[in-house]
Design a protein around this ligand. Sequence first.
Ligand code: PNS
Length: 162
Amino acid sequence: METIAVYPGSFDPVTNGHIDLIQRSAALFDKVVVAILKNANKTPLFSVQERRKMLKSAIQGLDNVTIAAFSGLLVDFAEQAGASVIIRGIRAISDYEYELQMALMNRRLSNKIETVFMLPAESYSFLSSKLVKEIALHGGAIQGLVPEEVEKQLHNKFNINN
Ligand code: PNS
């Protein structure tokens, strides 16, 4: 039986750390569904459509990876997608507490789905969408932290001409 994994997140925007995890997951599981949260209470910088477009260009060549958007409970989405695994990345120990809480709560909500924690390449262990946005807003260099397309879109959003 094939194993389908869901990799959920805000992806506002996708970073090279996310892409690193998508590549690692695609090598481990039969299918990977990257699931963009339609943020209900956070105000994202990029619309779902924009986030999806940037992800799509970032996963070119990974034939077993698809992109979806979801609202509501993650476990409900995962079950509908036929997934038995939720992938979450852990960068530093500071991520662990929140991730543990979420994983155990998701297990309580559905015992059919297992959370698998994965480590990105250590060169991305300091990287987050939040920091990338902050650096881009103030005109700092984000080269190498996000795909070129994302760099372009961030510069467009913040009206930076470089
Ligand atoms: O990239 P993020 O913002 O850390 O991702 C958080 C995400 C999308 C995994 C989390 O907010 C989520 O699963 N939201 C869906 C609602 C839900 O299922 N909440 C209960 C989690 S225990």
